[in-house]
Design a protein around this ligand. Structure first.
Ligand SMILES: Cc1cc2nc3c(=O)[nH]c(=O)nc-3n(C[C@H](O)[C@H](O)[C@H](O)COP(=O)(O)OP(=O)(O)OC[C@H]3O[C@@H](n4cnc5c(N)ncnc54)[C@H](O)[C@@H]3O)c2cc1C
Length: 275
């Protein structure tokens, strides 16, 4: 079973992120800003509001100053190979197949739901039992674990300890909460998000697929993939937005009605009396 636990994070991530952004935009010294946070002249709500405004911009380097520490277990090597492709803002430690020898050749593994549904799990187990036997035989014959592991399948489970900064975690969520990502990666990322939501919901809510309302807001995958995606019913495709924009520039669109502007500006709809 996949388990993801957030074991620690930057002390007071909201204050840390606020300090990072405020230092860029304030005449005050960071020490003065820090003192105002300390004596509550700057409230939590003000810090959160300020961060929310900055997160609407492209100023992203302050996000690198906040980090999260996760332990992850029961994931397959098929997943881990994709996970470690992320190169920036994330550090990995992974269970070794060189230094860990599976006792009696028994290795834990993941069975995808599709395999289960196709009724193929017993055949998979049968094959892996044979792999186990041969692994054990090789180890007993003096083959080191680092070589006996050549027998092991992608399904073999592994464990991680990772530290990832918020900027990198947002990027991972952008890609791996997208329905185009592989199911196991989507699951792990969703569990990471749930852990951040549990402890820092003000930041956790930004962990969305890239089409989410707090991220790009539109889909940049192929239109065919967009059409096949359930989230595509809610989020627009990039090409559709450009088509709309071109039509708007050519004056082919009817002007927006007041009710439409009210929705765009997130106001209460204008009542007849107001008119
Ligand atoms: C749906 C999906 C399908 C995929 N299919 C395949 C596949 O078939 N084969 C395959 O090999 N991989 C595949 N990948 C993995 C993909 O190619 C990347 O390796 C993976 O997404 C991690 O890289 P990244 O750039 O997204 O993130 P990171 O490595 O975490 O980097 C984050 C960002 O930092 C910047 N950056 C990082 N390194 C550099 C650099 N050297 N120079 C300049 N900027 C940099 C980029 O903006 C990058 O997006 C797939 C990924 C997804 C999401």
């Amino acid at each position: 079973m996949i388990q993801v636990t957030l074991i620690s994070h930057t002390e007071d991530p909201i204050r840390s992120l606020y300090m990072a952004y405020r230092t860029c935009y304030s005449q005050l010294t960071p020490q003065q800003v820090f003192a105002r946070i300390d004596d509550e002249r700057i409230t939590r709500e003000q810090m959160t509001g300020f961060i929310e405004e900055r997160l609407k911009t492209g100023h992203s380097s302050p996000l690198e100053q906040v980090w999260f520490e996760f332990i992850i277990s029961g994931v397959s090597r098929a997943f881990s190979h994709q996970f470690v492709r992320h190169r920036v803002g994330i550090s990995f430690e992974q269970q070794s197949q060189r230094y860990v020898t599976y006792k009696e050749g028994e290795f834990p593994y993941t069975v995808p739901e599709t395999v289960r549904k196709a009724g193929m799990e017993p055949k998979m187990a049968e094959l892996f039992d044979r792999v186990s036997e041969l692994y054990e035989e090789m180890v007993a014959a003096g083959v080191p674990a680092e070589d006996a592991r050549f027998l092991l399948p992608n399904a073999t489970n592994t464990n991680f300890k990772v530290t990832v900064n918020f900027q990198s975690l947002l990027h991972i969520a952008d890609l791996r909460l997208c329905t185009r990502a592989q199911w196991e990666f989507r699951k792990v990322t969703a569990l990471m998000r749930a852990e951040v939501m549990r402890t820092v919901p003000e930041l956790g809510k930004y962990l969305q697929p890239k089409c989410g309302e707090y991220r790009m807001g539109y889909c940049d995958e192929s239109e065919a993939d967009w059409a096949a995606c359930p989230i595509g019913r809610i989020r627009p495709h990039k090409d559709a937005l450009f088509r709309l924009y071109d039509a708007h520039r050519k004056g082919e669109l009817a002007p927006l009605r007041q009710e439409d502007w009210d929705v765009i500006e997130e106001k209460e709809p204008t009542t007849a009396a107001d008119d």
